[in-house]
Ligand binder design. Structure first.
Ligand code: SIN
Ligand code: MN
Length: 251
């Protein structure tokens, strides 16, 4: 798949874009079963909210699962990442599933991914790309992700480390969010199989899941191979900041 110029323009202007292409229900079912397997496996790096039965995030999914590895190298994921990042060599800085359990899944404070991937992980530029894949029919009540439009244009914004449910998160200050809030908000809602691109400097966050349905969201964070960390931060696990910069091979 190749994005039209007007879609590329929209993405670079807004910092968020839904793809027309979707992943089939059958494939989604396969990926969901794989998430359940990974969540139960002792060897999976995960964050949990309220015990093993409520995982919040499964990390390093492409290292632990052939199915997730394959999808991250398939069309449209890899082709779109290469096109948006204007290179034929990309790798995954991070690959995870963010899981919100029915009635339980907790919120995420407003933050920028690049506020960690830059200053902490040492990736030189925010020339990176988030691709999200919905593993559920996601609604506002199930705790969808919200993106502040055009918030990616100001580099790393002021923030503070705060204790997130599972691990510390560098969240954007209330004042900064208040200033950008009038830009408008894009909710990542849609049917299972929906794919959305989000700029790594876009401010995003989400509410608790108040619905009786789960909200599972795959997150692939692609990076240009030539934008790999200049210095490894050994305080971060490699499932948080990948140290293997080998270009991904298209499936
Ligand atoms: C994230 O920013 O990685 C998680 C946000 C969410 O899943 O709601
Ligand atoms: Mn994030």
């Amino acid at each position: 798949m190749s994005l039209e110029q007007n879609s590329l323009n929209t993405f670079s202007e807004e910092g968020v874009l839904f793809l027309e292409s979707t992943v089939s229900r059958l494939e989604i079912e396969k990926l969901r079963r794989e998430c359940t397997r990974l969540a139960l496996s002792e060897s999976t790096d995960s964050y949990v909210e309220e015990g093993k039965e409520h995982p919040r995030a499964l990390l390093g999914i492409t290292k632990k699962s052939k199915i997730f590895d394959s999808i991250s190298r398939s069309n449209p994921f890899l082709s779109v990442a290469k096109q948006v990042l204007k290179t034929s060599n990309v790798y995954l800085h991070q690959a995870k599933v963010n899981m919100k359990a029915p009635f339980r899944g907790h919120s995420w404070a407003w933050h920028q991914d690049y506020a960690t991937w830059g200053p902490v992980d040492n990736c030189p530029y925010d020339n990176m790309l988030n691709i999200f894949l919905f593993l559920d029919d996601i609604t506002e009540i199930s705790g969808c992700l919200y993106i502040i439009n055009r918030s990616h244009k100001n580099g790393v914004l002021s923030g503070q480390w705060e204790n997130n449910v599972a691990y510390p998160l560098f969240s954007t200050t209330d004042n900064t969010v208040a200033k950008l809030f009038n830009n408008g908000i894009t909710p990542l809602i849609g049917n299972a199989g929906t794919i959305a691109l989000v700029h790594p400097s876009s401010i995003h966050g989400s509410n608790v899941n108040l619905s009786p349905k789960s909200r599972w969201l795959v997150h692939f964070g692609y990076n240009r191979c030539d934008n790999h960390p200049t210095k490894i931060n050994y305080k971060r696990k490699d499932v948080q900041a990948n140290r293997d910069f080998t270009p991904l091979k298209a499936l």
